[in-house]
Design a protein around this ligand. Sequence first.
Ligand code: ADP
Ligand code: ZN
Length: 658
Amino acid sequence: MAAPDKFALLKRYFGYTSFRPGQAELIDAVLSGRDVLGVMPTGAGKSICYQIPALMLEGLTVVISPLISLMKDQVSGLREAGIPAACLNSSLSHAEYSETMGRVFSGELKILYLAPERLQKAGALNFAGSQPVPLVAVDEAHCVSQWGHDFRPSYLRIAEFIGGIKPRPLTAAFTATATPRVREDIKRLLSPESPGPASAEEGGREFFTITTGFDRANLYFEIQRPRDRESALLACLAARKGKSGIVYCATRKTVEDIHRLLLARGCAAARYHAGLEDGERRKNQEDFLYDRCTLMVATNAFGMGIDKSNVSFVIHYNMPKNIESYYQEAGRAGRDGEKADCILLYSPQDVRINTYLITNSAGEEEKRDERQIEHNLELLRQMTFYATSSDCLRGRFLSYFGEAAPHYCGNCSNCLTQYENVEVTLEARKILSCVYRLKERGRLLGKTMVINILRGSRDKKIRDTKLDTLSTWGIMADSGPHRIRLIIDYLIDRGYLQLQGAEYPVLSLSPRFREIISGQIPLTLKLPREPELPREPRPSGEPELSGTPQPSGEPKPSAGTAPAAGEWDEALFTRLKELRKDIAREAQVPAYIVFSDAALRDMCRKRPASPSRFLEVSGVGPAKLEKYGDAFIALIRAHPENGTTQHIELDGEGKGLP
Ligand code: ADP
Ligand code: ZN
């Protein structure tokens, strides 16, 4: 029988039937003996690009990965899928370390995760003599570059490590950071043939590079510039009750303040920053990963390597210092491909604080590097442009990452409040005639009253003064008050109307008004685009984003949690989540390691009633079928079709953020 090909392995171990963009190409390149660099956004599926070759190549694949939590997650995931994997890092006890080394030497492992710091230890290469090492994968490869945002000196040892193994293994590097400078650094600094600053010419093998699109269509981007950030945050959270989310703050102190605020409001939030003791940090992180707590308030120390796939929103309470960091942090939302929200609460204060931090942080350890400081200030400027821009936010990201960018994505706060030129001549005439008729009756009124008359209000004041008998009463009943007010302001601006009186300003006509009445001049005005145009219902029950400017006073869709009608059975989904939670608790792994939300959703859709049907679910391979198939199939069978009423909130599951 021929060896299984990459498609067979994708289904067998990961339960998927097709590759995502870039995956197959990178796998093929590795298998044909090339070094590769995959530049792909978070959630694109980088791991599979080295895990599948690892299964096909003889020997042990080594993966360098910067964070312990990430390794643990990856290893649990692989074990769940039936792939022998382990990790070596500083969190292991002596006994665990020896046990893992035993497994390495016995040749039973296919994938070994290594912390970069291990490369500094004597004997780091020992195991390489015992069996072939065909491939070294480097995760978060931008850590090798000091122009990235996460420089780790120990990454500089990787090239030497690779060069020290005979025969020289292939290198597969992965990053979500796409700036050309960082990309060049990665290729140069990870090549054993051209270590140091020399050019890549001298013998450095060429990397087969793939950059997949950075656009993540499932993410909604929003900028708010609230006067009161705390209230804005609370409103955002209230609209997302029960969903899993992260609130990033710039400093430890802000984390503490916000954490306290949330606890005082009865929100069970965990906190995370480098100032906490290891034990508490670990516990808080696990509470979040294991869904014991739906909300995490953290500095950027949290999250590198957090693989939690069902994070449904990321709110930045402060603006980060560059776009890469922002995109990476915000990108922790929606890794499962479900709709998710990324919200930045901007204040000009953030710019000042970041400027201070950038200009004062350097120089503690090394000598001050002016070039680096200038570079970082430039990155901060780009971030600030993003936060204050009125262009499409997605477009801004993509052009920053060097991709073709849309002018209009329809799924960001700028697009949703985009302005369009509207002809308002007729509406302007109606307003002016109303003021004219009022003058005939000897009345001068303020904006609000004029608007009420135009909209046909039966307010007592209007009835008492018989203003409802004016010929212009109710002639703009179909227009929103906000829109009429914008047009009035415009008419004042342009000198067709005047405001008189300081204490109670009233409207009066200015001599130019006849130009409009006689129709000589067409009037066009920039008005917010009507919101229903771009808004499609979000399948995963998108909450209405409080704080999104509501252009013309349209009623907000309610913060529903129900999926698009008929798509799947919410009650079944809830029960599947409960089952997953029980299994995860028993196995002591996070729930998403057992099955992603996307997999549960596919179960709701397909309702597999037999093992073979269960295998058709996306995310189910033979290993998971064997382990969990019976339990899930039994539950699905026992669950009545369209049984939406039976099991609602059995035990308060899903209430989350209380
Ligand atoms: P990255 O490291 O690029 O951030 P991961 O490797 O963690 O992303 O993958 C993100 C998610 O996408 C995981 O849940 C993974 O199982 C899923 N995934 C990866 N490849 C595929 C695929 N071909 N089809 C469906 N889901 C996939
Ligand atoms: Zn947009």
